[in-house]
Ligand binder design. Sequence first.
Ligand code: PLP
Length: 386
Amino acid sequence: MNSKIAYLDNNATTQVDPEVFEAMKPFLKSEFGNPSSLYDLAGTSSDAITTAREQLAKTLGARPDEIIFTSCGTESDNMALASAMSTATGGGKLVTTKVEHAAVGNYTKRLSEEGHTIVELSVDSNGQIDLDELDSALEGATAISIMWANNETGVLFPIPEIAKRAHERGVLVHTDAVQVVGKIPINLSELEIDYLSLSGHKFHAPKGVGALYVRSGSPVHSLVMGGHQEKGRRGGTENVAGIVALGRAIVLAEQHMDDENNRVRAMRDQLETALLESCPNARLNGSVNERLPNTTNISFEFVEGEGILLLLNMQGIAASSGSACTTGSLEPSHVLRAMGVPYTAAHGAVRFSLSRFTTQEEIDRAIEAMPKIIKRLRELSPFGRD
Ligand code: PLP
């Protein structure tokens, strides 16, 4: 077994960029001041947060005071939903989709218990919503919460157009952009988005730091109440090192975006084409074109995704059979089911997701390993056939 892991699960999490690690290190050692205190040591921390806020705001086309630092994408999603629905005290209407991440999906269950009506849009076999269905759902709605890119398939929703249609009807717009920030350019000054969630560990910052963009003037409902941090919108002493890392990571992501996307897309396409050709009864899940450049989700019919992952793992290759958060559940992915993927194919789905640190060698190893793994599992499967 090759002792070096071939890491093809970057939608689950990414490695910390060495430059990001260097930037955050002082704030884990000598620069440990509490940003709210009044001496110079604290000032260094406080200034570092200001710089990170400006870096994030500039990259996203936002104003610094529109950025609220949080602990993760999940918290950002929860806060966006709580904020958007906070104005509809008697019970409002929230439009969302059947393919959202649990960070949105599970929070909408709470909103429903609180008396709000939740409308979930369906998707077609490519993972896309129908814009006419969207238009009718938006009538009389308070807010829409819709992910920019799907974490399992990489399918992109047309967020600029969706946001425009929502604003025409006076509907607040939240997008869960956890999988797109750092991967595609975003300019919020040109978009009709009120809330946007992001998470550092998806673009080479560490876990435990995220942010919520709230357009100036949009309602804010705090979930973490405490001190005056984040202008009283999110209490709790700041994760200074994490915030510094987030600022550095977004700058690096922007610098690398064009070149790396081309290189990553080419490797993703090479992997996808090779697996579809070399493994019988394999099918791509999700739209070919309206997709993140780093993600491919392929179903290998009549075998279990978990079986594939175990055998890949034995060869030091890391991939995923769905979103990391649903791993462990035997139910096939809700995203693939919503796309109408049959059970026999949904169970055998594997997601490979690349990053700018992915090497050709890692891709070659997956291309080499997969046909043998599928063949072996099919031989064991009662439905197996090649
Ligand atoms: N939203 C999407 C689309 C995600 O992919 C994830 C994580 O996988 C989250 C939200 C949650 O982010 P975090 O892990 O930072 O809580």
